[in-house]
Unconditional design. Structure first.
Lengths: 262, 260
């Protein structure tokens, strides 16, 4: 389904470090992303996975090392690396279609084009009929759909997602996960998805990067091998799914066992 | 209690309460508990109002007095609101702009505006400018402070989202920071109009021959208590109308406020 053979990475991190008030938050991250890949960043709280996402988004600058997007160092945020937030971060004063078309508004595109984009993206994420609603009239799951549509409308090369489904109920979360995989297949967009849920990572990702829980331990990487279509709910019961979940769980527990007090 | 019943009860009490005060006032004056100079009856006050409406007061028509007051507050309030919002937005967003205004604004704020009036009269005389300046000053500080608080309440994720979706710094200001601050700004406008009217009357008490404050002062000098009441009630109604108007605008403008 994806072009793993593509030799040119869309993003490369080389010995990337980030320190906050002299405390290392992220140390020595080296990896690369291929175009079209769905990569999950997995790890316990405080391991720096959101920090890594914020570095890719351009909200933070590396303390050390290199982080290059399409061969050039990242200098700030931009629509080529647009972000879906856990909080949604929707603009409460704008309708669904105005939220979705925000990038077009910034580029001063005409109203007809913004409307057209709003309608098209609302349909893509299953929100047709809600274009003129305001965010406060939507459920948590619907808000996250708007967040995804708003990013897709900006035409990103990478869609960055920071625990976007952490605050919605389990049933909604599973539906959203399945729809995200459909959207990924339909758009071919590269996705970097931060989560602390092993199940979520295994279900969604082509590749999982497990961040070390403390400095000194290693990064781990897993390639997920589940049958197509990836959005099939049965994949959650597939032997490969169960096996990989166990592997990663043991790995993470071992990491935790090394910490004094655990 | 169903919401409909509770709503009806609420409004029944809300209307009954002022009527009860009116009734108490009427009964009290009808039985001669107070002389008309101390407390004229409601009927006398209404009569005085109709008289002022027909024949004016102290050589000026009713409308000329009303307009004098409205004009002062309108000019001073508008300028204060525009400047207050602009400077509040800038102070909230840029620390260095905040640094410029921090000490002057904080020193000026605790001074009662009435304490500044004598100085303004010394500098600008007792004309319109002094009256408008003292209203402007207090409203401006209130609006600026509330706007600044609004900017500080902007969720950082909203700004990051806008930047990540391609907004320029000005677009972040226009599409995110200003609307985020709008609920606080509207609160500032409502507090500001209340304070503005208070200062208006105080300023008019100091001189001039037009305005609702002037009617109150002049009438009290001649023990025409019924006319004092006319002035007081009119100012109260003016304040109520302004506040309700702003509340109405606010509910429509910041419809998302207070919703999860």
């Amino acid at each position: 389904m994806h072009r793993y053979g593509s030799p040119v990475p869309i993003l490369t991190a080389n010995r990337l470090c980030f320190r906050y008030q002299d405390q290392p938050v992220l140390s020595d991250a080296s990896f690369s992303l291929e175009a079209g890949e769905f990569v999950c960043l997995l790890g316990p709280s405080g391991c720096g996975k959101t920090t890594l996402l914020n570095l890719i988004a351009g909200f933070l600058m590396p303390s050390d090392g290199e982080l290059a997007f399409e061969g050039r160092p990242i200098t700030g945020p931009g629509p080529d690396r647009a972000v879906v937030f856990q909080s949604g971060a929707l603009f409460d004063w704008m309708t669904v279609e105005e939220n979705i078309a925000f990038n077009l508004t910034c580029r001063k595109r005409p109203l007809a084009e913004r409307r057209e984009m709003g309608t098209r993206m609302a349909r893509l994420v299953g929100l047709q009929g809600f274009e003129r609603h305001y965010p406060y009239q939507l459920s948590g799951g619907m808000k996250q759909r708007v967040g995804v549509a708003r990013v897709l409308a900006a035409g990103p090369r990478i869609m960055l997602m920071d625990e976007p489904f952490a605050a919605v109920d389990v049933q909604t979360r599973e539906t959203l996960q399945e729809e995200l995989l459909r959207i990924h297949a339909a758009t071919g967009c590269t996705i970097v998805f931060v989560t602390h849920s092993i199940e979520e990572a295994v279900f969604l990702a082509d590749r999982i990067l497990v961040l070390p829980s403390q400095k000194g331990t290693d990064w781990k990487e897993h390639r997920v091998d589940l049958p197509a279509p990836r959005w099939a709910a049965e994949n959650r019961l597939h032997p490969s799914f169960v096996a990989m979940r166990e592997t990663i769980y043991r790995e993470l527990r071992k990491g935790l066992a090394d910490v004094p007090g655990h | 209690m169903s919401p409909g019943t509770e709503r009806r009860l609420y409004w029944t009490i809300a209307i009954a309460s002022p009527l009860a005060i009116l009734a108490l006032w009427y009964v009290g004056t009808a039985h001669g508990f107070a002389t008309p100079v101390i407390l004229p009856s409601p009927g006398t006050v209404i009569g005085a109002f109709v008289d002022i409406l027909r024949n004016g007061y102290s050589g000026g028509s009713f409308l000329s007095h009303l307009w004098a007051s409205v004009q002062r507050i309108l000019v001073a309030y508008s300028v204060a609101v525009v400047l207050g919002i602009v400077l509040g937005l800038l102070r909230g967003r840029y620390r260095l702009v905040d640094a410029v205004f921090l000490v002057p604004a904080e020193v000026l704020r605790p001074i009662p505006p009435l304490g500044i009036i004598p100085l303004l009269i010394l500098w600008f005389g007792i004309g319109e400018l002094s009256k408008m300046l003292v209203i402007f000053l207090s409203v401006f500080l209130i609006v600026m402070l509330n706007t600044q608080a609004g900017v500080r309440s902007v969720r950082p994720d909203s700004i990051r989202a806008a930047l990540s979706l391609g907004a320029s710094p000005f677009q972040v200001f226009r599409y995110v920071i200003f609307p985020s601050a709008l609920p606080h700004i509207m609160t500032g406008l409502r507090i500001g109009i209340g304070t503005g009217l208070t200062i208006l009357v105080a300023a008019e008490l100091l001189g001039g021959d037009r305005g609702l404050g002037f009617i109150i002062l002049d009438a009290s000098n001649f023990f025409r208590t019924k006319d004092v009441f006319v002035g007081i009630v009119l100012i109260g109604l003016l304040g109520l109308a302004c506040d309700r108007g702003l509340q109405w605008i606010s509910r429509r403008l910041v419809h998302w406020d207070g919703k999860p």
